[in-house]
Write a new protein. Structure first.
Length: 636
């Protein structure tokens, strides 16, 4: 939430408030006289990064690529003390009696205050032992009691402060302060304001209090001939991440947090604490570059989104600093006087979130973690993360506990409303809207502040895209993975690829061979020739092991070995593997390799006539301008 005083909150909700804007760039400051329209907006989403957009209609031209600073102000009247409205030499004692002839003290006249409210008095007094008192009075200006007394412990030119509270029948206060013939020892710059925190001094009668929204880069500057003004489109520093991601020398392995820091440093972006779930998980390679460190088509912004997903967090720029953010409970209450009478919609409650699903391979390979107690009590509400490259190895389940822990239980009201202006609530701030007897708990995911002839703020939050996972076909871990292997249908003389679920006892090859047409045709031809030429088989039994063979085929305990007179190609089939050789060279191997204790599928050459799928990528032949080319596509 933006840091503002209670006076700002009070004034922003009032009709007829005085507002101001400041646009600063290159030591130039534009104000209301130079600015016609300002529109600040952002569209956020759960577990993503967010970029803020600033649109300006200006009478002054600002060049493209210029960085501008935007401030919005409201005239506030926080200081209740009028330095010109007091009684000199009047001391009000702690029992309420008065001494009109004091040589060291003066007292204010009656100051109107609220009952049951905390106020802070701050001042400068370069004198040790100066006494400051606050007295409470009722609506008839009858003395009630002394609220507090404060004595300066030392001489100092720094501001000091103390706070006090009014009673339920308090309507006025009077304060006493040091006032002598020695001006350097007197109290000055006295301020009384609502709340228990002393803020910057403001003179009585009001002054503008500004919110600094940070810096924005001008990406487009367009002259509008009909109004002789300039339409400027600007974005916050997230715009620097809207660039293609290319190799720049990160050393792996690296933690996800340090990977994010490396991205920021490479782009010259200041970053904050960067605390998020799974931040200490290590990346052993760069999932956004290929094996040769070539581009896979990702932008830096794409990577931020995937880090946010893996970290159960959000990423935003605030006060020119990039940081990771979670929903922030502000305890703010917005009442109906801040709302316009049109477009006020508060719908169903979304949540509580109680399940996270990680999905890949066209959403066919899902693992999940659920808060089963919440699911039983509230029903299922899941967040599905699809094809996240950081969580794409076979250890995805290790990300789930911390990820779910970050968002488990998140609940908020779907809303869409217009207000006369709030302006200090920030991205992910949680707040309550009170209308009559109803309280709606909301979160800031989307906001639009429009400043033209007046101020209007449009706030809306919608539910994330709903997903529904078939949990009977999902698993809680990656201990079971898909494994590809091939068998030979000896009757139909074809090779069929099967996918089985096997328990992972060693590191398995997750590459799937989906189409083997070219090699299959060769094997089928070999088997057809063999089938036609086997006529006489010799049967031997040696040490209890039976062997069948002729010139072309040998069948024994080691499997079926097929060769021809006219070719160096040999084919071996066993209960563990299928192998094609040319002399001592292995052309194709499918099955279990006892040398490496792993299941694998390998070929010397593979020709795919249609398309080939590996993990989340697909390679296929495409035609561009009549020319055949090879295309590599990301499935997602």
């Amino acid at each position: 939430m933006k840091s503002v005083t209670s006076a700002f909150k009070s004034q922003i909700s009032k009709m007829g408030k005085e507002i101001d804007v400041k646009i600063t760039f290159d030591q130039t400051e534009l104000t209301n006289r130079d600015i016609n329209i300002v529109n600040l907006s952002y569209d956020g989403a759960i577990l993503k990064s967010v970029m803020k957009k600033l649109e300006i209609d200006s009478n002054v031209e600002i060049s493209k690529d210029t960085w501008v600073n935007f401030k919005f102000g409201v005239k506030t009247f926080k200081n209740l003390f009028n330095k010109d409205d007091y009684t000199k030499h009047l001391l009000i004692r702690e029992d309420g009696t008065e001494n009109p002839n004091s040589t060291t003290t003066s007292s204010s006249n009656f100051i109107s205050v609220k009952p049951n409210t905390t106020y802070t008095e701050s001042f400068v007094c370069n004198y040790k032992g100066a006494i400051f008192r606050v007295h409470l009075f009722d609506e008839n200006k009858e003395w009630i009691q002394q609220a507090t007394s404060y004595t300066t412990p030392s001489a100092s030119t720094s501001r000091r402060s103390f706070y006090f509270s009014t009673t339920n029948n308090t309507r006025y206060i009077r304060i006493t302060f040091r006032d002598t013939a020695t001006a350097s020892q007197n109290a000055k710059d006295i301020q009384i304001e609502e709340g228990n925190v002393a803020t910057e001094y403001q003179q009585f009668g009001g002054d503008y209090e500004y919110i600094d929204y940070g810096d924005f880069k001008v990406v487009n500057s367009e002259k509008q001939e009909d109004t002789n003004s300039y339409k400027l489109t600007c974005y916050d520093k997230m715009i620097e991440f809207m660039k293609d991601y290319e190799y720049f020398g990160i050393t792996f392995p690296i933690t996800i947090r340090n990977y994010l820091i490396a991205l920021c440093n490479n782009l010259g972006i200041t970053y904050g604490s960067l605390f998020f779930a799974n931040s200490s998980k290590e990346l052993s390679y760069d999932p956004f570059l290929d094996a040769n460190n070539g581009s896979l088509g990702y932008t830096y912004r794409d990577i931020l989104d995937q880090i946010a997903e893996a970290g159960g967090t959000h990423i935003a720029i605030s006060n020119n600093v990039l940081d990771t953010l979670l929903p922030n409970d502000t305890s703010e209450q917005i009442d109906s006087k801040s709302l316009k009478d049109i477009n006020v919609n508060f719908g169903e409650v979304y949540g509580p979130i109680n399940s996270v699903v990680l999905s890949r391979s066209g959403e066919s390979d899902n693992i999940y973690l659920r808060d089963e107690e919440s699911v039983t009590e509230n029903g299922l509400c899941e967040i599905k993360i699809i094809d996240n490259q950081i969580m794409n190895d076979n250890n995805r389940d290790t990300y789930l506990p911390a990820l779910l822990g970050s968002i488990d239980g998140l609940t908020y009201c779907i809303n869409d409303f217009q207000s006369t202006g709030i302006c200090y609530l920030d991205f992910l701030d949680m707040y309550d809207v009170i209308i009559g007897d109803n309280t709606y708990n909301c979160i800031m995911y989307n906001d639009e502040i429009n400043i033209e002839s007046g101020l209007q703020e449009n706030i809306y939050t919608k539910a994330p895209e709903q997903s529904k996972t078939d949990y009977t076909k999902a698993d809680k871990t990656d201990r079971k993975i898909n494994q590809a292997y091939s068998i030979v249908d000896k009757q139909n003389l074809t090779i069929t690829n099967l996918v089985s679920q096997t328990t992972q006892s060693q590191q398995l090859n997750d590459q799937r061979i989906l189409e083997l047409q070219e090699r299959t045709n060769s094997v089928v031809q070999t088997l057809t020739t063999t089938n036609a030429t086997i006529e006489v088989m010799q049967r031997d039994i040696l040490e209890g092991q039976e062997t069948l063979r002729n010139n072309l085929v040998n069948i024994d305990i080691n499997g079926i070995n097929v060769s021809t007179n006219s070719s160096a190609i040999q084919t071996l089939m066993t209960n563990e593997k299928f192998v094609i050789k040319s002399g001592n060279q292995t052309l194709a191997f499918f099955g279990y390799d006892t040398d490496t204790n792993s299941t694998k599928a390998e070929m010397d050459n593979l020709t795919v006539t249609n398309y080939f799928i590996a993990g989340v990528h697909r390679v296929e032949t495409i035609r561009i301008s009549g020319e055949e080319r090879t295309g590599w596509f990301y499935i997602g």
